[in-house]
Ligand binder design. Structure first.
Ligand code: PAF
Length: 284
């Protein structure tokens, strides 16, 4: 596996890959890799001839009181994991390489980025859209892979690609990969490592309570009351705060007060012991 830390190195390594022929997949990450990321790499590898993974802890998507400094950085360990998954190229730029002096552009995707995490984390999705657009332009992949765990992020990226007529990758070549879960159902996340053992145990209430809520909604019970009961259950189980627990249209992410006929999604963000956990599940 080649590692590039400058755009010059990246271009050289990509040129060599392209000379070999075949398709290129990009899997953007912020590192601190877990089984969820490795699933993205495997899906990318079975869909394309070459996999390029990026590791970049993007400062512009963190708010002033968020965990940018504390965010786990373990490049050597991550690099070994990527190598054993058969990744061809690791793109790991510095902040200065990604945002050179004078950098002044931002991509803002309205509507789909406004509620949910967008409301709780102002500017977050502008930071995500801008860095992902840059990664797309830097690597020019045929396909790109993102986890459904960050469901709103995936919707923002797809909207950006569609609205800006991106071609590498085309909006239709942005692949969402189902969330990988721990044995007790908790969605895998690099932030789970912040949890104390007690909070980690309590955190498993989140997917369980969401499944119960989905069963009630699918059974035709009142959506507003079901979501309120879900919130109460999380607070009762030891969560400190529920940022949101909402039912939304699965593609526009418009909030739904009643069960509609099209595909819907239950989305939750809740805090436990200072850690913010997010999860989402399909409602059919
Ligand atoms: O999901 C992530 O890890 C990040 O938001 C991403 C897509 C790599 C952009 O920094």
């Amino acid at each position: 596996m080649q590692t590039a830390s400058t755009l010059k190195m990246l271009r050289r390594s990509l040129g060599a890959l392209r000379n070999e022929g075949g398709t290129i997949a990009l899997v953007p990450t912020m590192g601190a890799l877990h089984e969820g990321h490795l699933t993205l790499m495997r899906d990318a590898k079975s869909a394309c001839d070459h996999v390029v993974a990026s590791i970049f802890v993007n400062p512009t998507q963190f708010g002033p009181n968020e965990d940018l400094d504390a965010y786990p950085r373990q490049l050597a360990e991550d690099s070994a994991m990527l190598e054993s998954e058969g990744v061809s190229l690791l793109w790991a730029p510095t902040v200065e390489e990604m945002y050179p002096k004078g950098f002044a552009t931002s991509i803002s995707v309205s509507k789909v980025s406004e509620g949910f995490c967008g409301a709780d984390r102002p500017g977050h999705f502008d930071g995500v859209a801008t860095v992902v657009c840059k990664l797309f332009n830097q690597v020019q992949p045929d396909k790109a892979f993102f986890g459904e765990k960050d469901y709103q992020q995936l919707a923002v990226i797809r909207t950006m690609a569609r609205d800006l007529d991106l071609t590498f990758p085309h909006a239709d070549a942005i692949v969402g990969v189902p969330t990988v879960r721990e044995a007790d159902g908790l969605a895998m996340s690099s932030r789970n490592r912040y949890l104390t053992p007690e909070d980690r145990e309590r955190a498993a209430t989140l997917p369980r309570a969401m499944q119960e809520a989905i069963a009630r909604i699918e059974d035709g019970q009142n959506v507003t009351r079901t979501l309120a009961a879900l919130e109460d259950e999380l607070l009762g189980a030891g969560f400190d705060r529920v940022d949101y627990a909402e039912l939304a249209d699965a593609s526009s992410l418009e909030r739904l007060d009643t069960r509609s006929s099209g595909p819907a999604r239950l989305l939750v963000a809740a805090r436990i012991g200072g850690t913010r956990l997010i999860d989402n599940m399909a409602v059919t």
